[in-house]
Design a protein around this ligand. Structure first.
Ligand SMILES: Nc1nc2c(ncn2[C@@H]2O[C@H](COP(=O)(O)OP(=O)(O)O)[C@@H](O)[C@H]2O)c(=O)[nH]1
Ligand SMILES: [Mg+2]
Ligand SMILES: [Zn+2]
Length: 323
């Protein structure tokens, strides 16, 4: 392995409190983090003056937020005992984040340099909540992470039941797979979509995430489940996160306990920008960029909804997210 004090670079694939497992071209190294780096990178992202007093005092929370995420590319030095000390986190291509426990003061990065978010919804049991899908898509747009929509349990609904809705999302440029672990529908397609990518799995409990992963690769759902359990027990949800490798290339990060509305929020004024089909109209309303696209006269987005160029369903999701 590398020599004493030599610099090396790798990708964080697993972490536990204070310990990071880094994958390098020469093998895996267990690392800690330099205190300088911890101080430098851990900071509250909100303006303190705008927050209630007691929140500002929760300094402990600040120390709990981890500056290094799964997927981060890091530089480290190797000590004589073979362990590493992370000295630098290289710039992130993107990040999958949520607000940390204790309010919106802090951002917790779950995974960095993510290739896609896989948004899992069931065709039924539970019935799909399209407004929740739209919410996830806004999160993906905001984070600049490509999204893959996976609609599961296809065997439980009449053939083609959701083709129209799925085509609507395809028309917006999102990739869609429809699957069933009972008859094998779409599983090969899911494999192809996951291959050689770092995917973050998002979806409520019961939608079929574990079953889908097991169908993709035997035992995979179980491995993810074990990490999830450890994660849910922990007080802070990012203390133990792990990338699970795929036999055919790529890896998966699960996001258990991710409360659907606890995802990182977008400012109301920016929301329309994250609905792809609304983007071209922004700034063209009578009230320009001040338009909220709800009731204003001369609103270009309302006009586009009326003309059938923007779906009413997606528009309703937009309005609901503003509320
Ligand atoms: N009929 C049918 N049931 C499924 C399918 N996928 C998952 N299920 C069932 O849905 C339930 C929840 O699945 P699970 O994979 O545990 O969901 P998770 O909570 O998202 O991991 C289980 O009873 C599964 O057997 C599917 O494609 N078809
Ligand atoms: Mg599960
Ligand atoms: Zn408008």
């Amino acid at each position: 392995m590398a020599r004493h004090n030599s610099h090396a670079e790798g990708v964080v694939y697993k972490k536990q409190i204070g310990t990071y497992f880094v994958h390098t071209a020469d093998g895996d190294v267990t690392c800690s983090i330099s205190s300088r780096l911890r101080k430098e990178l851990v900071y509250p992202i909100a303006d303190k003056s705008s927050l209630p007093h007691q929140r500002v005092q929760k300094v402990n929370d600040i120390h709990m937020v981890d500056p290094v995420a799964i997927g981060d590319c890091v530089k480290f030095v190797i000590a004589e005992d073979g362990t590493g000390m992370i000295t630098e986190v290289l710039p992130r291509r993107n990040k999958f984040a949520r607000s940390a426990a204790g309010g919106k003061t802090l951002e917790q990065v779950i995974a960095a340099n993510v290739d896609q978010m896989v948004l899992v919804f069931a065709a039924t049991l539970p019935d799909p909540q399209w407004n929740l899908l739209d919410r996830f898509l806004v999160t993906a747009e905001e984070a600049e992470i490509p999204a893959l929509i996976a609609l599961t349990k296809l065997d439980l609904v009449p053939p083609g039941m959701f083709d129209d809705v799925m085509d609507e999302y395809r028309a917006l440029g999102y990739r869609v797979v429809q699957t069933s672990t009972v008859d094998g529908t779409g599983i090969e397609e899911v494999r192809a979509e996951l291959k050689d990518k770092l995917s973050v799995l998002v979806g409520k409990s019961g939608v079929g995430k574990t079953s889908l992963l097991n169908a993709v690769q035997p035992g995979l759902g179980l491995r993810i489940g074990e990490v999830s359990k450890a994660l849910q027990k922990g007080k802070h949800t990012t203390t133990h996160v792990e990338m699970i490798p795929l036999d055919f290339g790529g890896s998966i990060v699960d996001t258990p306990g991710m409360r659907q509305y606890a995802m990182w929020d977008v400012d109301d004024g920016d929301l329309a920008y994250f609905f792809r089909e609304m983007r071209p109209y922004i700034g063209t309303c009578r009230f320009g960029v001040d338009c909220t696209h709800r009731t204003e006269p001369g609103c270009a987005i309302l006009r586009a909804v009326g003309a059938g160029k923007i779906s009413e369903r997606r528009y309703k999701s937009y309005v609901r997210m503003l509320e």
